[in-house]
Design a protein. Structure first.
Lengths: 173, 440
């Protein structure tokens, strides 16, 4: 988590619910590589084709509200986003994203700071989001220890795996 | 456990904090993590009492194995209920069902509600007594909040997190602050728990309870039946809440008598509990409400919208919010002897197979189908726009379900009006959004 994330910004609005991220008709698809073709298709049809690894998605308040579907953050992760940054998150989306190892950064005021296509820099350690195109920045509360551990492990799967099967003492790291 | 033994009074030996009162949510989480007390903002690791999954549970199987887990922590505490695609309507759904069947067999999970004894997962938990007062329950569906009506802390999670619960029996949670919603007064004729929760949604909005626990209290709530409390707690999800709950009382214990699947640890909030915010409503003058497109908090008085003659193409009576026996009876009382308006479809989907069977016994299936309604088997049905009853871009639906965001029931332009079962029934007859008080 040490190196700041840098990337091009995509923008969406307030109360973007998980139905808009991945519609109900796609819920039987569980392969993230197939799911990612449909992410945000009703909101920003170019996104699934044009988003690049390392891009950042900037949302407004209550990002990811609605259904508990993990398909939503899974598809965003498959796109290769560096992070989702929003004024605020709905709680299940937030947990699902962190559990998959996708940083969900709650930075109040961030949406007003960006236009689509701007370059952003997100420093998870210092708790800052900066607009590198137009200037301006907002601060956020860095992740607490528990969440940091999940992200550093690359997600909950690896964290639990390490807990269930700790390396033998003296074993090579 | 007899109701008398379980009844928590002011002097009950329930979990108490040494200094300062605790809310219902704080007491349940304190017990779950083995602390005498907890405070909002604290991250705790709690022991899970019940872990429910629907089809999304299939996505937990791979991470479960990737975690290196071999056995589910406690098969007696795991319930799987197939509900979104019943029977499978796509190859993808069939595959998810098959994955769950294999997993249940491999892990010796005895409580698998497969097609034939199916129902909406939350209703399956409720009517079989799987969640009891004091429980920390998790489920792979956002409306798991509904089970908070049992005096439990019931919370929706995603499948990766569910895999971790299956592997360890534990979950990390940030103790939420509590929003207390109190209601006093008596609901009038044609006004239901759905109208109360829509009214409260209009007040606190879709972000009003984000990350918070919602505790319902007051004379009105104490007078509500368990099914009505389920409706209330169900839609705390639309407020953004982590959990929605009602303290257990005689009604809770009566409902669970003979069906509770494990021992109860009932707690009630302390009188001096600290709430982040309190909202109070008096319901004596509450009118029927409707949530207009495209948000559950876009709430207006139903009579006002009815005067605008909003034409509908579909009426949907179903979902975990409002498809229990009481809901179907209210709707049938209005629909009996009537016909669906020309050009309108009326879809009725009971919340469980047991409710379906009761409808058969009481003659409600005939009441609906004689009038031209489609009475389907139990499932999530049209609510989530992925199985049946989808809407085209120019269509309008009157629905007893819980969400009306763009694209929820099909096309992103389609319009959904959320209302009580009685209002849905009259809207089906009239072919436009209607106020049930006109015929009651």
């Amino acid at each position: 988590m040490g190196t700041p994330l840098k990337g091009r910004v995509w923008c969406v609005g307030d109360d973007l619910d998980t139905d808009q991220l991945i519609a109900g008709k796609y819920l039987t698809i569980i392969d993230p590589e197939l799911l990612k073709r449909h992410v945000l298709e009703n909101v920003e049809p170019r996104f699934s084709q044009e988003a690049r690894v390392g891009d950042l998605l900037v949302g407004g308040i209550n990002f990811g509200c609605g259904s508990s579907r993990e398909h939503a953050p899974a598809a965003l992760k498959a796109i290769g986003l560096g992070a989702v940054v929003a004024d605020s998150f709905a709680r299940i989306f937030f947990r699902n994203a962190i559990n998959l190892g996708l940083p969900a950064v709650e930075a109040p005021g961030v949406r007003a700071l960006f236009q689509p296509g701007d370059q952003a820099e997100v420093d998870l350690e210092r708790g800052t989001v900066e607009n590198r195109t137009r200037g301006g920045s907002v601060r956020f509360e860095p992740f607490p220890k528990h969440l940091k551990e999940i992200l550093e492990a690359g997600g909950l799967v690896e964290k639990v795996r390490r807990e269930l099967h700790p390396p033998a003492p003296g074993a090579a790291p | 456990m007899s109701p008398a033994e379980a009844l928590p009074g002011a002097s009950s030996p329930s979990v108490r904090s040494p200094g300062g009162g605790q809310t219902l949510a704080e007491k349940i989480l304190a017990r779950a993590c083995g602390n005498p007390s907890v405070v909002p903002g604290q991250i705790v690791v709690g022991q899970v009492d019940l872990a429910m999954a629907h089809e999304q549970g299939a996505q937990a199987i791979l991470p479960f194995h990737q975690m290196g887990a071999e056995r589910v922590w406690d098969p007696e505490r795991v319930v799987i209920a197939i509900d979104h695609w019943v029977p499978a309507s796509t190859e993808g759904a069939a595959t998810l069902h098959q994955m769950l069947r294999h997993f249940a067999k491999e892990q010796h999970l005895p409580h698998f509600y497969d097609i034939g004894r199916h129902g909406i997962c939350h209703q399956i938990l409720a009517e079989n007594g799987w969640v009891v007062p004091g429980d920390l329950a998790v489920g792979t569906d956002s409306h798991t909040n509904m089970l908070g009506a049992m005096g439990a802390f019931a919370v929706g999670i995603g499948p990766t997190e569910y895999a971790a619960v299956l592997a360890t029996g534990k979950i990390w949670l940030k103790v939420p602050p509590t929003l207390r919603l109190t209601a006093d007064g008596r609901l009038g004729k044609g006004v239901y728990a759905k109208d109360l929760v829509l009214r409260l949604l209009g007040e606190v909005k879709v972000t009003g309870a984000t990350y918070k626990a919602v505790e319902f209290d007051g004379g009105t709530i104490q007078g509500l039946s368990m099914p009505e409390r389920f409706t209330l707690c169900n839609m705390t999800t639309e407020m953004g809440a982590k959990a929605g709950m009602v303290a257990p009382d005689e009604r809770t214990f009566h409902y669970l008598e003979g069906i509770a699947k494990h021992s109860m640890h009932p707690v009630v909030p302390d009188r001096d509990a600290r709430y982040e915010r309190e909202v109070h409503v008096n319901v004596d003058d509450l009118e029927p409400q409707v949530a207009c497109p495209y948000s559950p908090d876009n709430v207006r008085p139903l009579a006002e919208v009815a005067r605008e003659h909003v034409r509908i193409d579909q009426a949907f009576l179903g979902s975990c919010t409002n498809a229990r026996m009481e809901d179907l009876r209210e709707a049938a009382a209005i629909f009996r002897g009537e016909k669906v308006a020309p050009g309108v479809r009326f879809i009725v989907s009971p919340a469980s197979t047991r409710i379906y069977q009761e409808c058969l016994k009481e003659g409600l299936v005939g009441v609906f189908t004689d009038g031209g309604a489609v009475f389907t088997n139990s499932s999530c049905s049209a609510c989530f726009g992925g199985n049946m009853g989808l809407l085209s871009p120019t269509e309008v639906c009157a629905s007893s379900s819980n969400r009306n965001f763009p694209g929820r029931m099909g096309a992103k332009e389609a319009q959904i009006y959320l209302m009580s079962p009685a209002a849905v029934a009259l809207s089906a007859i009239r072919g436009e959004v209607a106020d049930p008080r006109e015929v009651l």
